[in-house]
Design a protein around this ligand. Structure first.
Ligand SMILES: O=C(O)CCC(=O)C(=O)O
Ligand SMILES: [Fe+2]
Length: 290
């Protein structure tokens, strides 16, 4: 019980520290590419992504029609690929992130596994970029692809950029995400290695079978269920920056926490917290283990 209280306290502190960094960045960070902070424009997105989102939101759209417009990486693992950002936007975002990384601003770590990278909400990029991307584009798409995992009930996210470079983080161990669904977009730069690998669904008996290797393509995103076991092979050369958006549906996670597989006992937190809510949105079934 003492341990649990300590962990609750640690998390509460993390939330406050993050809010403090965000406030400091908002008041004193000088932007390199201010256009990245403009509210999300269609021109920032790849035409294929716009087409897929438009189709998904149209009346009568169905999974079959959607799959004709997306690349299926693995039908069995339900992993898909789609170009997400236009090349100029990708470049501008990368420049902004690199400029921030080189600044003396305080930086939170993206998650418990990566030591290098940036939390997008601390940079003030949730409101103009990530929230509209989730609400306007990812939600209709995910509703068709993963209706059983809360794809149609996404209501928060945790977005961060992971950076791999020689002398810094090189690889990422096998894990599942604290998310119902994940979008992972390769932003650049030039690199070899770093391939993603995907095993089975966590806790499923087949979880440790031969993994599927998935190459990064700059500008393109990989869509997968958060519970699909995955990791990243070691970087061989260059620098790799990927935008990872952990998409959350409180209607799913309020019933069963994806990390501990128990009904969550909630405490207050800052911002989106860990994506749980106290008020129940419309209900859906939890993601079935496959
Ligand atoms: O290195 C990558 O691109 C994968 C990152 C990832 O899986 C994560 O941060 O959850
Ligand atoms: Fe992950």
């Amino acid at each position: 019980m003492v341990k649990l209280e300590q962990e609750v306290e640690r998390r509460r502190r993390l939330g406050l520290e993050s809010a403090t960094r965000k406030a400091l960045i908002a008041s004193s960070y000088r932007l390199a590419r201010p256009e990245v902070y403009d509210s999300l424009q269609d021109a920032a997105l790849a035409p294929e992504f716009l087409a897929v989102a438009e189709y998904s939101a149209s009346p009568g759209a169905d999974l079959k029609g959607l799959l004709q417009r997306l690349e299926t990486v693995s039908e069995e693992k339900r992993i898909y690929r789609v170009p997400v950002f236009s090349a100029p936007f990708c470049q501008a975002l990368l420049e902004e992130l690199e400029h921030f990384e080189q600044s003396d601003m305080p930086k939170g770590r993206p998650n418990t596994m990566n030591n290098y990278g940036v939390l997008l909400h601390e940079l003030g990029l949730d409101e103009p970029l990530v929230t509209p991307l989730r609400e306007r584009f990812l939600q209709p798409l995910m509703a068709l692809l993963y209706p059983d995992c809360g794809g149609g009930q996404l209501d928060s996210h945790r977005a961060f950029v992971v950076k791999y470079a020689l002398g810094q983080d090189l690889e990422l161990g096998c894990h599942y995400d604290n998310a119902e669904l994940t979008l992972n977009v390769a932003l650049g730069k030039v690199f070899t290695g770093g391939t993603l690998y995907f095993g089975g669904f966590f806790q499923a008996p087949t979880a440790l079978t031969e993994p599927l290797e998935v190459e990064h393509v700059v500008g393109q995103g990989i869509l997968h269920r958060g519970g699909q076991l995955h990791g990243a092979r070691p970087l061989a050369t260059g620098e790799r920056w990927n935008l990872v958006i952990w998409l959350r549906a409180s209607s799913v996670r309020n019933r069963l926490c994806p990390m501990c597989c128990r009904k969550p006992d909630l405490v207050d937190d800052e911002g989106f917290g860990d994506g749980f809510t106290r008020e129940e949105p419309a209900t859906v079934d939890v993601c079935a283990l496959t």
